[in-house]
Design a protein around this ligand. Sequence first.
Ligand code: HEC
Ligand code: HEC
Ligand code: HEC
Ligand code: HEC
Length: 133
Amino acid sequence: MQKKPRCIIASVMVSLFILAAVRAQDEMMVVNDPAFKDLRRPPAVFRHDEHNETAQIEDCNECHHVYDEAGQLVEDESSEDQRCSDCHELQASGDKPALMKAFHLNCKGCHQEKKKGPVMCGQCHVRGFAWAE
Ligand code: HEC
Ligand code: HEC
Ligand code: HEC
Ligand code: HEC
């Protein structure tokens, strides 16, 4: 009878793993960039596809941008295969804002400009928001 509990634990772990893998394919619900260690705030609510549809943002590179060496925005290229943190480090470097600032400038910046979308800390960093990842 010694082996049975282990068997059950093992199969529960396998199911959880499969569940996690299936969920990971679902739409992104929050921004949770792994470059931030020990989050001070809950991850920011961001239902990627739904957000961009409602906000009527046509170009992926509105957020997933590419700059050339001279610091000029490259119009018809995008960096959606990269995380913001692949380029933006925790500290600013040159004209490149630090990671947290990059998010705040991008997200809040547009909301302020459009006078639509949340601008208060707790509206983006929502406590207790259930997200699957
Ligand atoms: C309003 C800003 C914004 C727009 C517009 C946008 N994205 Fe994103 N996208 C993000 C952010 C933020 C992340 C998370 C990046 C990170 O974790 O560093 C992300 C992540 C992704 C990812 C990887 C994460 C995943 O599992 O989904 C893909 C792929 C992606 N975006 C594709 C696209 C494509 C394709 C478009 C255009 C149709 C697009 N994005 C438009 C902000 C945006
Ligand atoms: C391929 C590298 C790269 C990726 C990926 C990237 N950035 Fe940037 N970003 C840069 C560079 C380089 C600059 C500085 C441009 C300059 O010289 O002014 C910049 C500037 C910015 C700025 C300030 C200028 C502006 O456009 O408003 C913001 C905000 C910003 N990035 C947000 C983001 C966010 C949010 C993401 C992820 C969705 C992201 N960046 C992904 C390279 C990148
Ligand atoms: C280019 C403009 C733009 C950018 C960039 C942008 N947003 Fe928005 N966002 C909007 C607009 C416009 C709305 C209002 C949409 C509506 O309800 O009409 C909105 C609404 C929202 C909402 C409330 C509605 C919802 O989808 O839950 C949240 C949360 C939000 N944005 C989060 C973010 C985050 C987080 C980022 C950065 C990763 C971001 N936004 C970047 C334009 C933008
Ligand atoms: C429009 C949405 C939005 C608003 C408003 C906003 N943030 Fe953020 N913030 C973000 C996003 C997106 C990130 C990246 C989240 C991640 O990857 O976990 C972020 C990251 C952070 C981080 C770094 C990650 C962490 O938890 O340590 C801190 C700290 C933070 N925000 C604090 C604040 C504070 C304080 C305010 C109000 C003054 C605020 N934010 C307002 C969207 C927002």
